[in-house]
Design a protein around this ligand. Structure first.
Ligand code: OGA
Ligand code: NI
Length: 359
């Protein structure tokens, strides 16, 4: 009998799999259990340093009153999104103490006793507060060496009620992230040659969906066999990432894996699937992954910034008109896209391929 897909919103992520933090803390753990072996060839986790350095975007220039500075910054942003899908933002205005605080308070959340966390482990993958491990253990046979906390923070703000300071810190950090994203998107609307108001309307930016994702990658006895997060692209427009000084993010550039080691206090930004769709393929979402290491636990905070959940996203109409080209992606409601992605096994750009129109 053919399997029927569960109704919308019913994809389950629950399972009896324990978090990797607990597993990593077992005193006699000398090697990873076989269901964490993702790479069988150690060379597969390797990456090189990029030959040309990762682009840097100076946010203060992007919003400068000086038209020459602004147009140079917009040109740089356009180039970074086209050639890399990835860049570091400097002069972003987010205080260093806030960036540190969000990482510290997240560590406190992961350090809560496991018995206190089941209330944050819902069945449904689109619940606004979700603590878990790997990506979607109900769908996976090989698990990732990563625990996570995913919280929907905009348009409605949610947050676990403990640790106590989590709420204020996450709220402020995510608000400041939205300000950065709005500035980047304004730059993008200019580089695409479309009105900012058209972009706002087409993407429903007033009620943009923002998801706060905290990732914990504990120390791992076999870092060249396990994976922290397998290669994937992000679903939204832009993801903003910071980390606790421990490296582990790799991005695919010109077909090769390269290390993404950020400048101190910069924010790493990557393009997501919906920027690719909206720009009709001008800005491709970038493949990236997280690797793990033997000596230091890593925490990263990835804030996913998308269109509004109920918006049906398609390539920008005026872009198609001025360029006289056909849409390369079929329209899809962002919420449905998200549900498909979160309810699947995450694998490269497989979800984006479903909406891509093949010539
Ligand atoms: C993510 C992600 C990478 C990292 O959360 O989507 O790609 O370095 N994280 O933690
Ligand atoms: Ni990602």
């Amino acid at each position: 009998m053919a399997e029927t897909a569960p109704p919308l919103g019913q994809h389950s992520a629950a399972s009896g799999i324990t978090c990797v933090k607990k597993l990593a803390e077992s005193p006699d753990l000398n090697s990873i259990p076989s269901n964490y072996t993702y790479y069988t060839n150690p060379a597969d986790t390797m990456a090189s340093d990029p030959h040309d350095s990762i682009p840097t975007i100076d946010l203060s220039l992007l919003t400068s009153d000086n038209p020459d500075h602004r147009s140079k910054a917009i040109h740089d942003l356009d180039k970074a999104c086209q050639e890399w899908g990835f860049f570091m933002v400097v002069n972003h205005g987010i205080p260093e103490e806030l960036m540190r605080a969000v990482i510290d308070v997240t560590a406190e959340f992961f350090n809560l006793p496991e018995e206190e966390k089941p209330e944050f482990q819902p069945e449904n993958v689109l619940e606004p507060i979700r603590y878990g491990t790997s990506f979607n253990t109900a769908e996976e046979e090989v698990f990732w060496w990563r625990d996570f906390l995913k919280v929907f923070v905009h348009p409605e703000f949610h947050c676990p009620h403990k640790p106590q300071s989590l709420r204020d810190v996450v709220m402020e950090y995510c608000k400041r992230n939205r300000e950065v994203v709005r500035k980047l998107l304004k730059g993008i609307s200019e580089s695409l040659g479309i009105e900012e108001s058209e972009m706002e309307k087409c993407l429903g930016l007033e009620s943009s969906l923002q998801i706060f994702i905290a990732n914990l990658y504990p120390r791992c006895p076999n870092p060249d066999a396990a994976v922290g997060i397998a290669p994937h692209s992000d679903h939204g427009l832009f993801t903003l990432l910071i980390q606790n000084q421990v490296a582990g993010l790799q991005i695919q550039h010109k077909g090769k894996w390269v290390h993404a080691n950020p400048l101190p206090n910069s924010i790493l930004v990557n393009t997501g699937d919906h920027l690719e769709i909206f720009s009709n393929g001008r800005y491709k979402s970038v493949l990236h992954r997280a690797v793990v290491n033997k000596t230091k636990a890593r925490i990263s905070i990835a804030v996913a910034n998308g269109p509004s959940a109920d918006t049906v996203v398609s390539p920008a109409p005026s872009l198609l008109q001025t360029q006289g080209c056909r849409p390369a992606y079929v329209p899809m409601k962002y919420k449905d896209y998200l549900l498909t992605q979160q309810g699947s096994q995450l694998n490269g750009k497989s979800i984006l391929r479903r909406v891509q129109i093949q010539d």
